[in-house]
Design a protein around this ligand. Structure first.
Ligand code: ADP
Length: 153
């Protein structure tokens, strides 16, 4: 059975922190599906199409990495995609507390799906999509913090 992981998130936009987690996880899995959330109740800065295209462009050379959009429960999408693992990154203890609750609830719902955490590389720990969006909104240069494929005007 192949080891498929889902890396779910908003990726609004994808950052160098996300890229680091994905690249460091490649040895663990046969395939990593980057699941780009689209939730009608969330206000994204960038449209789903851009968020997905930027990820595709960033990972064009990685045959193990796939990009798909999804809405609804992450565990339901995992079942559809035959993913037995959920991949998440941890930057801080605040991330840990947030992620712990989600992972434990997901495990209550689906015993066969395990969440795997990768600790952020120290140099990427302060990087977040939220801060990147603030930099963009305020006219700063967010280029150094986003993935290669991201095209900001
Ligand atoms: P969400 O909308 O679910 O918060 P994000 O796109 O912000 O999604 O993040 C997706 C995942 O990537 C989360 O597990 C988050 O903790 C992780 N992540 C985000 N930034 C970094 C980073 N700089 N280093 C490591 N992990 C990160």
């Amino acid at each position: 059975m192949s080891r498929i992981a889902l890396f779910p998130g908003s990726f609004d936009p994808i950052t160098i922190g996300h890229v680091d987690v994905i690249i460091r996880s490649l040895d663990l899995f046969d395939k990593i599906i980057i699941g780009v959330g689209h939730n009608t109740s969330k206000n994204y800065m960038f449209p789903l199409q851009d968020r997905m295209q930027w990820i595709k462009d960033s990972f064009a050379d990685f045959h193990q990495v796939e990009v798909q959009s999804y809405s609804g429960l992450t565990v339901e999408f995992c079942k559809k995609a035959h993913a037995r693992f959920i991949l998440r990154g941890l930057r801080t203890s605040a991330d840990f507390e947030f992620e712990r609750a989600i992972a434990q609830m997901n495990h209550y719902m689906e015993r066969g799906i395990e969440t795997v955490f990768i600790l952020s590389s120290p140099q990427y720990a302060p990087v977040s999509s939220t801060i990147v969006r603030d930099i963009i909104r305020n006219g700063g240069n967010a280029g150094p913090f986003v993935a290669d494929g991201v095209r900001l005007k």
